[in-house]
Write a protein that binds this ligand. Structure first.
Ligand SMILES: C[S@@+](CC[C@H](N)C(=O)[O-])C[C@H]1O[C@@H](n2cnc3c(N)ncnc32)[C@H](O)[C@@H]1O
Length: 280
């Protein structure tokens, strides 16, 4: 590694351009996340914690570690540190209204009810998204217990998945849940806890969207929101075509507020604000 050092005067650890480029390339290959040079400070601050934990004294040592056999254990920690996990209950609320009114209620009302439903929260972060889906299911389908309705929730970040499985969140999250749907949320002084009846509908699994998916299911709806903003176009193109393969014909796709499928994938038609249907 060369010693071209970026603004290192006030930094605890030296961090060269080459080290940034090495990490950005590795993260890109592992996750699809593109780290442009203006992300240098973010990468520094997120990984400085790892250096302290590992008792390393420079980014050069960290980069060296990642290239050794024993350093492979550090890879998931690197990924967990770099991913951006911002989420909340009922984020982009119009998606859950659409799911309730346009997808679930008509299904529940059409005789005979299909009884089987499969939904996927791809890039679920700490689980607020799949729990919001589970609450929406309960509110839209009166006899839900008679249905075989399941939600798959996947993410690359193992720390986030642990939180999702645990189903406990800071009390401050409570306000994001519509009052009429709070029946399944236990509230204590500092925390809120998802009910067992919500938890049992959701399966949390580690899954890298760039790798192969051990999933045979054809989903009724997929939420893949605020994940691909960090990916380059070819990665987005491949991903959305694979998502189309895993949606039933006519199945629904929800994407993030700053994302769109224009020049990315022509297998969907736009039917609402960041809401798509599989057409081929
Ligand atoms: C900003 S969060 C979005 C969470 C949620 N979908 C929402 O909109 O509130 C993006 C999530 O995508 C996950 N992610 C990033 N790259 C991934 C990949 N290659 N495979 C699976 N998940 C990934 C991150 O770990 C993170 O939890």
């Amino acid at each position: 590694m060369t010693q071209a050092v970026i603004k290192n005067e006030q930094r605890e650890f030296s961090f060269s351009e080459d080290e940034f480029r090495f990490l950005a390339k590795l993260v890109g290959e592992l996750t699809g996340i593109v780290l442009a040079e203006h992300k240098t400070d973010m990468v520094y601050s997120r990984l400085a914690r790892r250096l302290r934990t590992l008792n390393l004294s420079s980014f050069a040592e960290y980069c060296d570690l990642l290239q050794t056999e024993e350093g492979q254990e550090e890879i998931p920690q690197l990924v967990n540190a770099i991913t951006t996990n911002l989420t909340s209950f009922f984020r982009e609320a119009h998606h859950f209204e659409h799911l309730r009114d346009t997808v679930l209620r008509p299904l529940a009302a059409s005789p005979p009810s299909p009884k089987r439903l499969r939904l996927w929260s791809a890039g679920c972060s700490a689980g607020m998204e799949p729990y919001s889906i589970a609450m929406t299911l309960k509110s839209a389908i009166p006899n839900l217990d008679a249905w075989d309705a399941r939600i798959l929730a996947t993410d690359i970040d193992t720390n986030m998945l642990r939180t999702g499985v645990c189903g406990e969140y800071p009390l401050s999250e409570f306000d994001h849940i519509p009052p009429s749907l709070r029946g399944d949320v236990q509230r204590s002084k500092e925390r809120i806890r998802m009910s067992e009846s919500l938890q049992k509908r959701i399966t949390f699994n580690e899954l890298n969207l760039l790798e192969s998916w051990p999933i045979k299911t054809q989903f009724d709806a997929i939420f893949c929101r605020n994940v691909v903003i960090y990916f380059d176009k070819p990665t987005q193109q491949t991903l959305f075509s694979r998502l189309a393969d895993h949606l039933k014909p006519g199945g629904w796709l929800y994407i993030g507020h700053s994302e769109n499928l224009h020049n990315v994938c022509d297998r969907f038609e736009l039917v609402g604000r960041t809401i798509y249907r599989r057409i081929r």
